[in-house]
Design a protein around this ligand. Structure first.
Ligand code: FAD
Length: 474
């Protein structure tokens, strides 16, 4: 909407959140209208930035009364167009960035109560500084995404194997419902069997059932001993066997276990300055593994080395490098964490964020590779991911020399091939990024009719006007 837009609406919004916190000028609102990957661009009447829960509730009540759709937005790092308004320009983007207070930190209860607009990495930093505890959710977007965003997408990331995803890390929620009522469920309880677990409705709902304004999150002791290795492995099946070996020998000390295919490593080495391969020989497959322990002076590097030596003898690994310092461990991690940036620089890709039972990862990769090479022999497959959670990011780049637009035109065909295999392996077509706009249609093919019906029933019960983040998920 331009400056000549609906001044009555703008005045009402300004009366709720203050004039400075209503954006409507096309230049000012443009960062809120396009997604991280530049794949979706929408339009909006305005962007409103409430400063507290009561202002969120007043905004929602106002919009609900006038039938104005609302798009909640956090750090706008969604990889499926979840936070981008539709192009019709009828909605208001509600940015939670000003709700950024830590409301309480209870060291003995190991919980922190934070508002939705707190940046993820800042929450962890605050827990460490004020209580010597950690909030363990760790994503490469952690410096930009916020708590409302990671809750609404049930984000996972690198540490799920050890600590779980946002569903597992959340004890309580405060949410503004689509009619403007505030639900205060900010309890810091680890046991509470008093009926339905309502918070789980809003976690992973991608803003379609209400606006999360605050949460009580679990904290954990920080680790004092750490060791990191990069290992070349002969195949995905060997990686899974290696994971089982690590679990058997190291139990909960296995903090992270990531699979990296050679094409991803090559993209990172090509596009990310100062990145270096940990081993001289590039292998078709590698893994990044971290061991951690809360106790001081646990000789984790020795344990890592012994485990890798036995794995090499068993043919589960070919070669390995153990980080000799924290700086080197950080360099190993950076190779994996630069995946999104390197791929963005490389250009257009057809992305899949899938999960299957861990034991079926090798079968997924070999079947999907074969089917895609039969479909497009020179397609470039970039596969990597949180293999300890059965989650693979399986991305397709156009054959060298092929026009990106022509390749993009085949995206639906490619997705169908990959997702059908995932379905046959009893997996999920969205392991951690959500459905957003990208997979809204596809999900109808893979969720059963009863599940879809239940989802629609819940949506209708909470948001009968369909005003919360329309065009996403369902
Ligand atoms: C470089 C990079 C790395 C990533 N790595 C991972 C990863 O390892 N694991 C992973 O799971 N994801 C990853 N992601 C995607 C991930 O979904 C986000 O980074 C994060 O979860 C989204 O947070 P956000 O604050 O940016 O939310 P946004 O993008 O702003 O919003 C995401 C969704 O939540 C809704 N929403 C936002 N705030 C609220 C709220 N307060 N109430 C209700 N609904 C709300 C939006 O409407 C939208 O549907 C990555 C993204 C990038 C760019």
């Amino acid at each position: 909407m331009g400056e000549s837009g609906d001044s009555g609406l703008l005045e009402c919004l300004a009366a709720i959140v203050g004039t400075r916190h209503v954006l409507f000028n096309p230049v000012e609102i443009s960062p809120y209208l396009t997604d991280y990957r530049g794949r979706y661009t929408g339009n909006a009447l305005a962007v409103a930035k409430p400063g507290n829960t009561e202002e969120v509730a007043a905004l929602v009540k106002y919009c609900a009364g006038r039938g104005i759709p609302m798009v909640p937005q956090g750090g706008n790092t969604s990889l499926c167009g979840g936070a981008t308004p539709l192009p019709d320009g009828k909605s208001i983007v509600i940015s939670l960035s000003r709700l950024n207070r830590v409301r309480a930190l209870d060291k003995e209860n190991a919980t922190i109560c934070v508002e939705a607009g707190c940046i993820l990495d800042n929450v962890n930093e605050r827990a460490q500084t004020d209580a010597g505890l950690i909030f363990p959710l760790y994503l490469a977007s952690g410096g930009s995404c916020d708590i409302g965003g990671v809750l609404s997408t049930n984000a996972g990331g690198m540490n799920v194997m050890r600590y779980g995803n946002m569903r597992d890390l959340t004890l309580g929620l405060e949410t503004v419902l689509p009619d403007g009522r505030i639900w205060n469920g900010l309890r810091g309880l680890r046991k509470d069997n008093t009926g339905y677990d309502l918070k789980q409705l809003f976690i992973g709902a991608e803003g379609t059932l209400g606006i999360i304004t605050a949460a009580v999150l679990k904290l954990f002791p920080s680790s004092r001993s750490e060791a990191t290795a990069w290992a070349n492995v002969p195949s995905p099946a060997a990686a899974i066997a290696l994971l089982a070996r690590f679990r058997d020998r190291c139990g909960d000390r296995v903090h992270l276990f990531e699979l990296v295919g050679r094409p991803l490593l090559e993209l990172v080495l090509r596009h990310i300055p100062a990145s270096r391969a940990p081993l001289n020989k590039l292998s078709e497959w590698s893994v990044l593994v971290d061991l951690r322990d809360v106790a001081d002076d646990v000789p984790l590097a020795d344990l890592l080395e012994q485990t890798l030596n036995t794995a090499i003898e068993a043919g589960e690994a070919n070669d390995a490098a153990i980080a000799a310092s924290r700086a080197q461990a950080k360099d190993f991690h950076a190779l994996r964490e630069s995946a999104n940036e390197a791929q963005k620089i490389e250009g257009f890709s057809i992305k899949h964020d899938i999960s299957v039972p861990v034991s079926r990862i090798p079968e997924f990769i070999s079947r999907a590779n074969a089917a895609l090479h039969a479909w497009q022999p020179a397609v470039r497959i970039v596969a990597f991911g949180h293999v300890g959670d059965g989650n693979i990011h399986y991305n397709l780049f156009p054959p060298n020399g092929m026009d990106e637009t022509a390749f993009a035109a085949c995206a639906e065909e490619a997705r169908r091939i990959v997702h059908d295999i995932v379905f046959e392996l009893e997996g999920s077509i969205s392991a951690e990024h959500g459905l957003g706009q990208l997979k809204r249609e596809a999900i109808r093919r893979y969720k059963n009719a009863v599940e879809l019906d239940l989802m629609r029933t819940i949506k209708h019960a909470l948001d009968p006007q369909g005003l919360m983040n329309p065009g996403k998920v369902l």
